[in-house]
Each structure stands twice: as C-alpha cells, then as structure tokens.
Design a protein around this ligand. Structure first.
Ligand code: 48H
Length: 249
C-alpha cells in the first residue's frame, strides 16, 4: 500500500504538470522566487531541479559560512518571504539555510510544483518559439544511460540554471540566435559585485521567443560579471522575470 500511494500520487503530480503555463529549469534563489510570484498569480508552474536538494548555490552562503548579504533594495523580498535579517554597515545579513527553506516553502505554498532529481536536457521548439522542456531523470543523465526523455509543454520557459546557463546553451546550439548583441552567449565575467548586482536585473529578459533568463544565468548570457555571495540581485531578478511573464499570461 505504501508503495502504491507513493507511485500513484507522484505520477498524478507529474501528469498534472505535463502542460503548464510556466516551466522553470533550476531551483536556486532566482528560480524559487520566480516560481512563487508566478504561481501566486494563479498560473501553473513546474520547476525542475537536477539535484536531490533545491536551493542551488544559496545553501553554502560564502565559502560555506552560512550567511548571505542582501542590499537594501531587495529587503522587501526578504520580508515577503519572512526571512530574518540584521542590518550592519548599511547592508543586510541573513542565514543562507533559513533563506533556502523559506524561499522553497513560499514557492510551494503559492502552488508551484517542484520536481527534484529531474534535469532539463532539451527544449521543445515550435513556430512561435520555445514551447516547453524535454526532461529526464538526473540519474539517467549521470549514469549516461541511453533512455529517451519525456516532454513538458509550457507557454513560457525560464532558464534559472545559474552559472552554466544550460537552457540558453541548448538553444544556442540547436535552435538559433539568442537576443544578445552577438546573438550568442557572451560568457560570465570576473567578480565585480557593485556592477553585477544591478546588471543581473537588467539582464533578466526574454532571450529567445518564450524563453526568459534569470539569476546568474542572465549575467552569464549577457557577459556581465559575477558578484559573490550577495544575493539581492538573484531575488530581484526572480521577481522581475515573474513580472515579465505575468504581463504576458
Ligand atoms: C535542471 C538544473 C539544470 C538542468 C542546472 O546556481 P543557482 O543557485 O542559480 P541562481 O542563478 O538562482 O543563483 C545563483 C547563486 O546561487 C550564485 O551562484 C551566485 C550568486 N554566485 C555568485 C558568484 O560569484 O559565484 O541554482 C541553479 C540550479 C541548481 O540547483 C542546479 O542544480 C540546477 O539549477 N540546474 N536543473 N535541469 N539542466 N542545470
């Protein structure tokens, strides 16, 4: 009975997410924030995460010291997610573990469905643009097994895969030119926190018809610097991508 309940309920969730309004690849801070704001607008959201755990690079804070720094303009997001913080020297400090836990809880409470251990390995392409993700078990990918994937249809897709910008790389390789100056992925630059925190919000855009990029992937695609363990830009980028998509739903 235990096994039947698990398999039946997991399959029901997966079936219900085979066609959604928005599919997100990657459950780091930008993906989780985007999922929360989109789902609370009554849109269906499926978020696929390769790893067993959600949270991406946020758990580790800075060099495994479990703290993150957030700048003032993202404090309203910490407050919306009820993440505690302290103010020091004009900056704000939060616990990275609490941050992941609360971003995740709010995304789920808003109705987003999170599927862990599933990797996005390709996109669905139609005349109108990107129309969904091609997904497979991460264990299949890691073992290098030859197992065909399944497809998830969505009106909009989001690349929230962090530094590697995996979905954008797939699109560049297989589909066509991206909406960057060169038409290609311009590559992440070296660390310059002050600059890159505002650039990550500017870079949060539609990068190919119906495909948006958010978080660290946005800076990787547009050739902007990295920023280290300051996370306000990730939160603001997740919120911005949600607003851009909500406007079109
Ligand atoms: C499914 C995938 C796939 C795939 C990857 O790296 P993340 O935390 O991403 P962001 O952009 O939300 O946050 C970036 C931040 O954590 C960071 O690294 C910063 C601020 N760095 C600054 C610096 O200077 O280093 O999360 C991305 C998630 C991960 O959990 C991956 O496992 C997952 O995406 N992922 N999931 N299918 N193809 N590729």
């Amino acid at each position: 009975m235990i096994s039947r309940l698990i398999v039946k309920n997991a399959v029901d969730d997966f079936l219900a997410s085979l066609e959604v309004d928005v599919a997100i690849a990657g459950s780091g801070p930008s993906g989780l924030v985007a999922a929360k704001y989109i789902a609370e607008n009554n849109a269906s959201v499926a978020l696929f995460e390769r790893k067993l755990s959600v949270g991406g690079g946020m758990w580790g804070g800075g060099m495994m010291f479990p703290k993150i720094v957030v700048q003032e303009d993202a404090i309203s997001i910490l407050e919306e997610f009820r993440i505690d913080y302290t103010e020091e020297e004009g900056m704000f400090v939060a616990n990275s573990i609490e941050s992941v836990a609360k971003l995740t809880a709010k995304a789920i409470d808003s109705g987003a469905k999170i599927f862990n251990c599933i990797s996005v390995e390709d996109v669905i392409i139609r005349e109108s643009g990107i129309s969904g993700f091609v997904v497979n078990w991460s264990s299949v990918e890691l073992a290098g097994l030859h197992v065909d994937p399944l497809a998830v249809r969505s009106r909009f897709c989001v690349d929230a895969t962090g530094h590697p910008a995996e979905v954008c790389h797939i699109v560049q390789r297989k589909v066509g030119k991206l909406q960057t100056t060169s038409g290609e992925i311009e590559g992440e630059g070296s660390m310059w926190a002050e600059k890159s925190e505002s650039l990550v919000v500017d870079n949060t855009r539609e990068i190919y018809p119906n495909l948006y990029v958010t978080g660290m992937a946005a800076n990787a695609v547009f050739g902007s610097p990295r920023m280290g363990p300051i996370f306000g830009g990730m939160l603001l980028s997740g919120k911005k991508v949600a607003e851009l998509i909500i406007d079109r739903l």
